[in-house]
Design a protein. Structure first.
Length: 349
């Protein structure tokens, strides 16, 4: 069952790369491009994951997650640091894994610096600061106790409404993120459909949500409670290479699968290529990875773990964190892109 982590990671990486969409960009561009297409895509992943998660609980396949208090201040600070770092890297740590799979050195640099600072914050010289933040302004961990009925009674109708709106209005079909695939001759119609034909982004959103939802089951079968994630597994990988006593788990194989999934798509579609980057791009990736590593540990997760999985579990902690990750993305985008562009336009005038 442990191999299911690799399989789920491969599938998630393949379809995330195929979507031509980015988890962080879907939140960033609410501000930068004043577009909500990516937000609807993001929310549909969460909703699909949530329906599957609470269905597994209702069927007694997995237990409900334990409620533990969390620090509001750590979620705010961690979210802002992570979001700003993601803006510097032009993508979150999940995107960095995808970039590694398609041959971009900036993804590798961001991932390595992320791991370095995440370990330092979790169990190294920065851990006293993290521990102090984790102990301040504690509050309840989720808001499911405010709902006096099974969450599925709310989630399933929302899911159906979402499907109806997608069908009637075809939201996102003209999404600016999607590449315009050229028609290529293909040996089989299946390969052409999987690799080249343009999909409605909500098709991939549903697939990613199904993978994340089913991952609760497969992960639980190995003794790990949770779903798709990158923070914990990347810290575990660094510990694995530093100590022979550390064993591989479901999450560690998942992040390997993420890279392999991205590689599988780009190689099959003849897009894999090593590219040259400027010193500025490399520096931004390194510093951005460091900021994301610190922010992820302080905020107890990333856009994937908190933004998708945590919110699917109706976690107030994850909701708080993703709100401030979004603010961090907006702040970073202002200083890195919008402000310099405005100055350039003013200078030309």
């Amino acid at each position: 069952m442990l191999i299911s982590g690799l399989i789920m990671g491969l599938a998630f990486g393949f379809f995330l790369k195929r979507s031509r969409l980015c988890l962080s960009a879907s939140l960033r561009d609410i501000y930068v491009e004043k577009k909500l297409d990516g937000l609807w895509w993001f929310l549909f992943i969460i909703l699909t994951t949530s329906v599957i998660y609470f269905s597994l609980i209702a069927l007694h396949v997995i237990p409900e997650a334990a409620q533990v208090p969390f620090s509001v201040s750590s979620e705010i600070i961690g979210g802002l640091f992570f979001g700003f770092g993601a803006a510097m890297c032009s993508g979150c740590i999940t995107t960095a894994m995808i970039k590694i799979g398609d041959g971009r050195i900036t993804g590798l640099i961001a991932a390595l610096s992320f791991m370095l600072i995440a370990v330092a914050t979790k169990q190294g010289p920065l851990s006293p600061l993290n521990n102090q933040l984790q102990q301040s302004t504690l509050t309840s961990a989720n808001y499911t106790n405010l709902i006096r009925f099974n969450p599925l009674f709310l989630l399933v109708p929302l899911f159906v409404i979402f499907l109806f709106v997608i069908y009637k209005q075809k939201l996102g079909q003209a999404n600016s993120y999607l590449s315009k695939f050229q028609k290529h001759s293909s040996k089989t119609k299946i390969s052409d459909y999987l690799l080249r034909q343009r999909w409605n982004p909500f098709i991939t959103a549903a697939i990613l949500g199904i993978i994340a939802g089913l991952s609760f089951y497969f992960s639980y079968q190995t003794g790990r409670y949770g779903s798709v994630a990158t923070l914990g597994p990347l810290i575990s990988w660094q510990n694995f290479f530093g100590s022979a006593a550390v064993k591989l788990d479901w999450g560690e194989l998942f992040v390997v699968g993420l890279i392999l999934g991205s590689f599988t798509f780009t190689f099959s579609n003849k897009e894999f290529a090593f590219k040259n980057y400027s010193g500025k791009d490399i520096m931004l990736s390194f510093v951005g990875g460091c900021l994301m590593g610190f922010g992820a540990v302080v905020g107890n997760g990333c856009i994937l773990a908190n933004g998708i999985v945590g919110n699917a579990m109706l976690s107030l902690e994850s909701l708080t964190n993703i709100i401030f990750i979004t603010f961090g993305l907006w702040i970073g985008s202002y200083f890195l892109y919008i402000r310099p562009m405005s100055r350039e336009i003013n200078n030309e005038n």
